[in-house]
Design a protein around this ligand. Structure first.
Ligand code: NAD
Ligand code: ZN
Ligand code: ZN
Length: 354
């Protein structure tokens, strides 16, 4: 049996680069040779035991590669094609998928919450030399020749997620938008708000490097939440409250501040992953009759989403390569986790080249 190198989760705070069997493509599947991937904040949650996955799983969900093998039934692609695959791999055939809710894919049947997120969650992921892509027909997206791996790798997850914060929030031309947290996801939400025509964008964080990047990606104002009363300042800057507030962290504090920053009838678009209980104080949403809307979104995936995002980059509407601050080989990936996790040297996203 052929082997490959991969990062395997063995238990809390125990990840190792192991030799494991190389996957083979079955019916409807594909194998890609990974040429570039990265580490997500969610992988840190997995490593720290905050999001449980089974020991023995290869983690990572942001794959860029070259098609190595196509299983029977996958058409329109050939070995050697470069492909981007979303972090979310919908089946394309279930009720959820055919109703347009690809991220809540029921894998052939109805709906399943978070069912579309499989890589590095319920099946082997991308921090490896090779990756088995399920439902390949719905998930392989050819990379245009003019785009480099570095230009597309962040589209698999963080850009798709960040943009969706602005899209689900229904940002309109002329809107005032505030984005709580300017980590990779929040930064992409800021870029998304700009693309959708917001005329005032306020980025909130406390990390000066990230606040500077926030301005670079579209924020007109960058607020340090440790230095100013953000809610008060947003109300002042917007003349009464933002049209859309995007939550990109997953804490009670940021969720509540996002809600309090809105004008009546505004939209709270939530991207954060929460734990425990999340409370909505009655005064923050006018006792339930202030016409507020709260929407949540899981990263959109599938080949059409990836195609669209690559068009955005190809059309030079946005460039996320400045977010790739460091590069490591697969052998050095544990150091990559450390640099990314501890935000050493201004780390935002680390590129991993198997
Ligand atoms: N919805 C989805 O599909 C999806 C996908 C991926 C990740 N996520 C979630 O999105 C969230 C953000 O991910 P990330 O990788 O960008 O996170 P990150 O940890 O890299 O960044 C978080 C940022 O929040 C800032 N911060 C801390 N406290 C703050 C506060 N009180 N106010 C404002 N900013 C504050 C930090 O300085 C940091 O820059 C996480 O909850 C993650 O699990 C959601
Ligand atoms: Zn992720
Ligand atoms: Zn489906």
């Amino acid at each position: 049996m052929e082997k490959m190198k991969a990062l395997v989760f063995h238990g809390v705070n125990d990840i190792r680069v192991d030799e494991v069997p190389r996957p083979r493509a079955g019916v409807g599947e594909a194998v890609i040779r990974i040429t570039l991937t990265t580490i997500c904040g969610t992988d840190l949650h997995i490593l720290r035991g905050e999001y449980p996955v089974n020991p023995g799983l290869i983690i990572g969900h942001e794959p860029v590669g070259v098609i190595e093998e196509l299983g029977p039934g996958v058409t329109g692609f050939k070995a050697g094609d470069r492909a981007l695959v979303g972090a979310i791999t919908p089946c394309g055939q279930c009720r959820a998928c055919l109703s347009g809710q690809l991220s809540q894919c029921g894998r052939g049947e109805g709906y399943e919450a978070i069912g579309g997120w499989r890589f590095g969650n319920t099946i082997n992921g991308a921090q490896a030399e090779y990756l088995l892509v399920p439902n390949a027909q719905a998930n392989l997206a050819k990379i245009p020749d003019e785009l480099s791996d570095e230009q597309v790798v962040l589209l698999a997850d963080i850009a798709s997620t960040g943009f969706s914060g602005a899209e689900s929030g229904g940002v309109r031309i002329g809107d005032a938008v505030v984005v709580f947290a300017q980590g990779p996801i929040g930064l992409c939400a800021t870029a998304g708000a700009k693309l959708m025509g917001a005329s005032l964008i306020i980025g909130v964080d406390s990390d000066e490097t990230r606040l500077a990047m926030s301005r670079k990606l579209g924020a007109d104002v960058a607020l340090n939440h440790l230095e100013v009363d953000v809610v008060k300042e947003v109300k002042r800057l917007t003349g009464g409250g933002a049209d859309v507030a995007i939550e990109a962290l997953g804490l009670q504090d940021t969720f509540e501040n996002a809600l309090r920053s809105l004008r009546p009838g505004g939209v709270l678009s939530s991207l954060g992953v929460y734990s425990g209980k999340l409370q909505v104080p009655y005064d923050a949403f006018a006792a339930g009759i202030g016409d507020y809307r709260i929407v949540t979104t899981l990263c959109p995936g599938g080949k059409e989403r990836m195609r669209r995002l690559m068009e955005v980059v190809k059309g030079r509407r946005v460039d996320f390569t400045p977010l790739l601050t460091h590069t490591f080989s697969l052998d050095e990936i544990k150091e990559g986790y450390r640099v990314f996790g501890e935000r050493i040297d201004g780390a935002l996203k680390v590129a991993i080249k198997p």
